[in-house]
Ligand binder design. Structure first.
Ligand code: DOR
Ligand code: ZN
Length: 324
C-alpha cells in the first residue's frame, strides 16, 4: 500500500457556467480543490468588475457548506474593454486576472479578440499593474490545420507579446504540444503554462477509437502521442513553470453528442486520482505536489494552501482507491 500526503491542490482553469449547471458541477471542484480560477466565457461574457462580482456571488452560493473553497474571478478581454475598468476591477479585487480568447477559437469566444494589435494598450496596463493574463493560445485562421493552431499562435502572437512585455505575467493555458513545452521552458520567467489531465492522459487516437468519441473533443484538440509524452515529461519534471489547470468544461450531453458537437471535457470528479495514477506510472509521485499544489501559487505569487489531502493506493491494479 502506498499513501501520500500533499498540500490540497488548486485548479488554475475551470468552467463553472451558470445557474443549474453551476450548481451541479461546483461540488466536484470545491471538494477536491482549495482555489480555482473561474473562466469568464459565459453568454453573455463577464466584461466588467460588476459582472464578475455578481457571478462570484452565484458561485459562492453554490459551494457546499462543508467545503473551504475560494473562487478567483476573471474578466473577458475584448477590443472594447475599457482600460480604466480593467485597472479598477483588478485593483479593487473584483477580478484576479483577464482572459484573452482569440475570437472564434473555442466555446463562447465570439466576443474575443480579432486583432491583437487592438489590445496592446490593455496588455501594457496589465503589465504595469501586475495583472495576470491568461491566454488561449490558438490562431483561428481556418486555413491553418487544426492540429497546428497552437504552434502558429506561439510563433505569430505569443512571441511578440512576450518580447514586448517581458514583465507581463502570462499563463499559456492548456498547452498541448511539444512546441509549447519548449517555448515555455525557454521563455522568460513570467511565462508559465497550465496542462489539463485530458491532454496528459489521451492522444488524438482516443477521439476515433472504434468510432467518433465526442466526449474526447476539446480545444485545443488532442494531439499526437509524441506531444502527450512531452506534456507528461514537463508536468512530472518538477519545473515550476508547469502546473494544473483542468479546463474542466461541462456541456449538456445532447450538445456533445450532436451533428456539430461542442468542445469541452468535464473532468473535475476524477482529476486528482487520475493525475496521481499518471505520475505513479512515471515513478514521479514526489513531483505531484509541485504540479497540483505548489507551482501555481508560485506563478501567481500567492500563499500555498494550509490544508492537506491524503491519497491511498490500496490494491494491485495501481488505482488510487481512496481520495480523502
Ligand atoms: O474544450 C474547451 N472547452 N476548450 C476551451 O477552451 C473552452 C472550453 C469550454 O468553455 O467549453
Ligand atoms: Zn478553458
Amino acid at each position: 500500500m502506498k499513501k501520500i500526503e500533499i498540500i490540497k491542490p488548486d485548479d488554475w482553469h475551470v468552467h463553472f457556467r451558470d445557474n443549474d449547471i453551476l450548481k451541479a458541477v461546483i461540488p466536484e471542484t470545491s471538494r477536491h480543490f482549495s482555489r480555482a480560477i473561474v473562466m469568464p466565457n459565459l453568454t453573455p461574457p463577464i466584461l466588467t468588475g460588476i459582472h464578475a462580482n455578481e457571478y462570484k456571488a452565484r458561485v459562492i452560493a453554490a459551494i457546499p457548506k462543508k467545503d473551504n473553497f475560494f473562487p478567483l474571478m476573471t474578466l473577458y478581454l475584448t477590443e472594447n474593454t475599457n482600460k480604466k475598468e480593467l485597472k479598477q476591477s483588478y485593483e479593487n479585487g473584483s477580478v484576479f486576472a483577464a482572459k484573452l480568447y482569440p475570437a472564434g477559437a473555442t466555446t463562447n469566444s465570439e466576443s474575443g479578440v480579432q486583432n491583437i494589435q487592438n489590445i496592446i494598450p490593455l496588455l501594457e496596463t496589465m503589465s504595469e499593474i501586475g495583472m495576470p493574463s491568461l491566454i488561449h493560445g490558438e490562431v483561428t485562421d481556418k486555413n491553418i490545420d487544426v492540429f497546428d493552431r497552437e504552434k502558429f499562435f506561439i510563433d505569430k502572437t505569443l512571441d511578440m507579446i512576450c518580447r514586448k512585455f517581458p514583465e507581463l505575467r502570462i499563463t499559456l493555458e492548456h498547452i498541448t504540444t511539444d512546441d509549447a513545452v519548449k517555448y515555455v521552458k525557454e521563455g522568460n520567467i513570467n511565462l508559465s503554462a497550465t496542462i489539463t489531465p485530458h491532454h496528459l492522459a489521451l492522444n488524438r487516437n482516443s477521439m476515433f477509437e472504434g468510432g467518433i468519441r465526442p466526449h474526447f473533443y476539446c480545444l485545443p484538440i488532442l494531439k499526437k502521442e509524441k506531444h502527450r509524452k512531452s506534456l507528461v515529461k514537463a508536468a512530472t519534471s518538477g519545473n515550476r513553470k508547469f502546473f494544473l489547470g483542468t479546463d474542466t468544461a461541462p456541456h449538456l450531453k445532447h450538445d456533445k453528442e450532436s451533428e456539430c458537437g461542442c468542445a469541452g471535457i468535464f473532468n473535475a470528479t476524477y482529476c486528482v486520482p487520475i493525475l496521481a495514477q499518471l505520475f505513479d506510472n512515471e515513478n514521479a509521485l514526489p513531483q505531484l505536489e509541485g504540479f497540483i499544489s505548489k507551482n501555481g501559487p508560485k506563478h501567481y505569487d500567492l500563499n500555498m494552501n494550509k490544508e492537506k489531502i491524503t491519497l491511498i493506493k490500496s490494491n494491485q491494479n495501481l488505482i488510487f482507491k481512496k481520495y480523502l
